[in-house]
Design a protein around this ligand. Structure first.
Ligand code: TPP
Length: 647
């Protein structure tokens, strides 16, 4: 039972705790995090690593008057425990419960709702500038991980942070891990900093050396360039100093007294600075330290002695289906290469590595670079598949526009977690990939509805000479195919859809995986005597013009269904098509994610909340049929049917 945490409603209570109690508090916090994540799932290893730094920060700084900015924010659980959220912490990531990321609607101690990497330094620079201009004497702290600091945005922030003329402290939380192995030269550079003498020691040694040699002190005092030259040669850490930031560390991020002392020392430093701390991902639990990738963000688990039993998912995930399909394709086509931006396991791309290590690329947390690198590879004759979470693809919008679509290069973006993602909540929903990709001339947008369809879809994507995107959710594939095995083709009139079920009272046109729920909805309505057709659209761009002409010609209600924002998604594409072809767009009801933020909950709860589960879809179909009966066709100025099909 947590005893000390019970006494801490805010950092003020923490400040009243005797210092010798702090290690016990750290222990309690780890137990609470470990138990809660065991019950609810969530980010474990990153949070076990930030316990001491959170205690030290909350002791030394005066939050929320001082500012605390999190990068990614997945490692802020200890901060939550110390800032009033302990009593509700058992609701972590549950519907209506504590959010798994910082969330300003939850607490004034959280300044930004974040979950994407690379933003912490830039928001901190912005807040520091605001405080400076508005003459507030607040301190600003940003915490960023060693894998996130290499993100392009983080580097842009660092570059600008060095121009600040006031306090701003960046804590570089270095656990030498991303979710998986960190990538690139900077990871090696940090490794070098970790193992060499600390920068401050070297600085002291240089100072000492200069004092020993004749005229050394004068050199030390006035010969800045000479001193700088010696320092740069001998001392690690100068990359930060060259960017205009003072560098301190590395410091053991689990040594509470050392952390408190260092932060007290740096708190009033009137300059931008980096404090490099070394932490252990999973600290406190051997099993988590030994496998920080599995325990980065595990499903719920049980601890049995020194064994941890992870909850097994039932069914086969879209990720696993994609991974197998992609590896099979790569076996048939040696030009196919796979790219992930720091999500090898999450996207399934890791499956390519054992068979084709030379054709597997992890760029680190750099979605923009991944997209542009893929463009270069395509121009060089390769066929890259970029596997990326829909939410992170947003980072690469400009690159998709300029380097991929404007050139018409056949890069394939395979978007996992497209749609509602469940307990990670608003920062991770894949709600707007269609919205920004639809605007790109020449791109082919596709969504399979079952595993066989996914295979066919990827086949098509790798055989066409256009940029292409496919999307699938954080969910399981249907256990059996939803319909006939029909080829995926692109014709003059668009991408070919397939009909899953005929019906006369209304037609559901589903885009992607929710075809499953649409079919279930049709079955529910069949029991009420309603005959509902279900079409699996497959393509959002180009739409199947023949199918739409047929469906509009029926003159019965049409419901589009998609796991994407209602704004500018598949349904909007259908309505735009109807307007262009002079079909009656009033027949269309668009079902999708509403124009508001959907908070964390389980994916089934979220689908229910937005009316995209089978009963929700059925009730919308029912309502649309009722309404079509209430508004007789002759009362409306437009013809309710499409013109006869032209050849
Ligand atoms: C733009 C973006 N891409 C990918 C991710 C997925 N992601 C979440 S945490 C993480 C690793 C972060 O590593 P680091 O910053 O070193 O923190 P650690 O988990 O090691 O504490 C990644 C890749 C993300 N959050 N944002």
């Amino acid at each position: 039972m947590a005893k000390l945490l019970d006494q801490i409603q805010s950092p003020a209570d923490l400040k009243n705790l005797p210092l010798d109690q702090l290690p016990h508090l750290a222990q309690e916090m780890r137990e609470v995090i470990m138990t809660t994540v065991g019950n609810n799932g969530g980010h474990l290893a990153p949070n076990l690593g930030t316990v001491e730094i959170c205690i030290a920060l909350n002791l030394v700084f005066n939050f929320p008057q001082d500012r605390m900015l999190w990068d990614v924010g997945h490692q802020c659980y200890p901060h939550k425990l110390l800032t009033g959220r302990y009593p509700r912490f058992d609701t972590l990531r549950k519907k209506g419960g504590v959010c798994g990321f910082p969330d300003p609607s939850e607490s004034p101690y959280d300044l930004f709702a974040v979950g994407h990497a690379g933003t912490g330094i830039s928001t901190a620079v912005g807040m520091a500038r605001a405080d400076e201009l508005l003459k507030r004497d607040t301190k600003v702290v940003a915490l960023v991980g060693d894998a996130s600091v290499v993100n392009g945005l983080a580097f842009e922030g660092l570059n600008n942070a060095g121009t600040l003329k006031r306090q701003m402290l960046i804590i570089l939380n270095d656990n030498s891990m991303s979710i998986s192995e960190p990538q690139g030269a900077f990871a090696n550079y940090l490794e070098h900093l970790r193992v060499t003498t600390t920068y401050e020691e070297v600085k002291k040694k240089i100072q000492h050396l200069l004092e020993q040699i004749p005229y050394g002190q004068q050199i030390s005092d006035v010969g800045y360039n000479i001193k700088q030259g010696i320092k740069n040669t001998l001392a690690p850490g100068h990359i930060f100093e060259d960017l205009g930031l003072k560098y301190f560390g590395p410091v053991d991020g689990h040594d509470l007294p050392a952390l408190i002392e260092k932060l007290n020392e740096l708190k009033d430093l009137n300059a931008p600075a980096v404090l490099h701390i070394k932490t252990v991902k999973g600290k406190g639990y051997e099993w988590a330290c030994e496998d920080p990738t599995t325990f980065h963000s595990p499903k719920p688990y049980r601890v049995e002695g020194c064994r941890v039993v992870l909850e097994k998912g039932n069914g086969r995930s879209w990720t696993a289906a994609f991974a197998d399909a992609m590896v099979n394709l790569a076996k048939k086509n040696e030009k196919i290469v796979g790219i992930t931006a720091a999500m090898p396991d999450g996207t399934g791309m890791i499956k390519l590595k054992p068979t084709f290590p030379d054709r597997y690329f992890d760029t680190g947390i750099c979605e923009s670079h991944a997209a542009t690198m893929a463009a270069g590879m395509t121009k060089g004759g390769l066929r890259p598949i970029v596997a990326v979470y829909s939410t992170f693809l947003q980072r690469a919008f400009d690159q998709i526009f300029q380097e991929v679509c404007l050139q018409g290069l056949p890069v394939i973006f395979s978007c996992d977690r497209a749609g509602l993602v469940g307990d990670d909540g608003a920062v991770h929903h894949g709600f707007c990939d269609l919205a920004f990709l639809r605007s790109q001339p020449g791109i082919v947008l596709m969504a399979p509805s079952d595993e066989r369809e996914l295979v066919r879809c990827l086949d098509l994507a790798t055989s066409i000479d256009f940029p292409a995107q496919l999307r699938y959710p954080r969910d399981n594939v249907p256990p059996v195919p939803l319909g006939e095995d029909a080829a995926w083709t692109l014709t003059r009139t668009g991408g070919k859809s397939r009909t899953l079920r005929e019906g006369t009272d209304a037609t559901i046109i589903a885009y992607g995986s929710l075809a499953w729920q649409a079919l279930d909805a049709a079955k529910l309505l069949e029991n009420e005597g309603l005959s509902i057709a279900v079409v699996d659209a497959r393509f959002c761009k180009p739409l199947d013009g023949d199918m739409l002409a047929r469906v509009f010609a029926k003159g019965t209600p049409i419901l589009t269904v998609e796991d994407h924002s209602i704004v500018n998604g598949f349904g909007t594409a259908v309505v735009e098509h109807a307007a262009e072809k002079r079909f009656d767009s009033r027949l269309v009801t668009r079902l999708g994610l509403p124009d508001r933020w959907i908070k964390h909950a389980s994916r089934p709860e979220q689908l229910k909340e937005v009316g995209l589960d089978a009963p929700g879809i059925a009730s919308s179909v029912r309502a649309a049929i009722e309404e079509s009966k209430r508004v007789p066709a002759e009362a409306t100025p437009l013809k309710r049917t499409a013109p006869a099909l032209r050849n």
